[in-house]
Ligand binder design. Sequence first.
Ligand SMILES: *[C@@H]1O[C@H](CO)[C@@H](O)[C@H](O)[C@H]1NC(C)=O
Length: 481
Amino acid sequence: MRNRSVTFIFGSLVLWGLITYFMISDQPVEKEKDTARVSGQISKLERRVKQEIALNQELLQDIKEDKQRKKDVDTINANAEQKQENARDVNQNKILPEKEEKDIEKNDDKNVQQPPVEPAHTSETSHNVPTKGKLPNGSPIIAVLVFSCNRITVQRCLDQLIKYRPDAEQFPIVVSEDCQHRQTADVIAKYGNQIMHIQQPDQSDIEVPPKEKKFKGYFKIARHYGWALNHMFFQLGYETVIIVEDDLDIAPDFFEYFLGTYPLLASDDSLWCVSAWNDNGKAGLVDESAAHVLYRTDFFPGLGWMLTRELWTELSPKWPKSYWDDWIRQPEQRRNRACIRPEISRTRTFGKTGVSNGMFYERHLKYIKLNTQFVHFTKMNLTYLLKDNYDINFVNEVYQSTVVSFSELKTGKVVASGAVRIPYYSRQAYKNTAKQFGLMDDFRSGVPRTGYRGVVTFFYKGRRVHLAPSPNWNGYDITWS
Ligand SMILES: *[C@@H]1O[C@H](CO)[C@@H](O)[C@H](O)[C@H]1NC(C)=O
């Protein structure tokens, strides 16, 4: 096993070397045709290398797990029993499993989230211990993690989750509470065994650089996220988690949406999340007759999103101390991966007294349309969202559409039917046009909200509009942020 993986690593390195050589030596290709052909080949090679790297990581992971399993083979059964007991204890909100207490001590020392040590007994490949990945019928178990702090309105969110949840076994709800706010804890406790209630144990003060004092809330949020996600994946053993915050309304087909898109997330390595949120999903900017339509986006939307243990295993060791959402949008974390997002949001935020909201809520968030029409996603063929299918169709649709201007659209002067395109060639041009339509005009790590391959797609006066960069677009420019 180890030899094989070493061979793979060596192979990848050689391949990389070849590609780099290839790119450097072939750079000044003059004819456009050649450029297209060469870049096609390069991206093919790049994909192969990526696949090999992914394979290597899997193999290495296997090796690690094997070792760990051998070491722990005697204690596995004991661990399993211990784990069940711990789960019960946590459920009753009393004792925390031993390992966490150790983690917390470490955290106190360094004031950062420590990389998790994945216990052998949660390993996917272990046959001795039940995992929380699938129901007996093979359908995925998708846990819902609700983040709560000091807002008793978490009740509004929990009521909706419980009301729309089709199956409590398939969608266990775990409420993670930070802040030790008595009234909020009381509200959560009322749900009894309909939910699992856990509490972030580290209430120590966080040292914040003086300049960032007023952003302390963001440091607490990042700490809470890091702890709770470690707990969900590595203590409770879930394999898929939907993250919800305590100020979200959800749509009736919220669970159906995530269950229907789960196979995409599980099978397409170029996807790293499914989000319920359309950043430009205001009434007037969405097609209200297209509740079934979904998109890929390079912009990480958050606000009701699903991730896998695989992703968390990757992010957890480097989880930041604050501003996790902008951090996760950086190229080092995103690594060119996309999320699925809906035409019409399946979540909407009702809280305007959050850490960040305020003005943002008044100006934008409160106009987001929440879907009301139940779409049977699990019965739909969603393979059009897989990268290989999607990109070809998307690029064709965008760049074959008629070019128009904002004023032509606004005054209804466009005669051609179907989708249209408004080109932009600079950051400022993008922002100006976005403002005219009432779209979000900001960039994060160079990516505009809902952007895919630089294209922001929305709905305006009965037609699909693509705000699109040049057809030769070749990546986001992080200086546009
Ligand atoms: C799903 O749609 C794709 C086209 O996007 C088609 O090739 C495939 O056969 C369909 N699958 C099923 C099960 O209908």
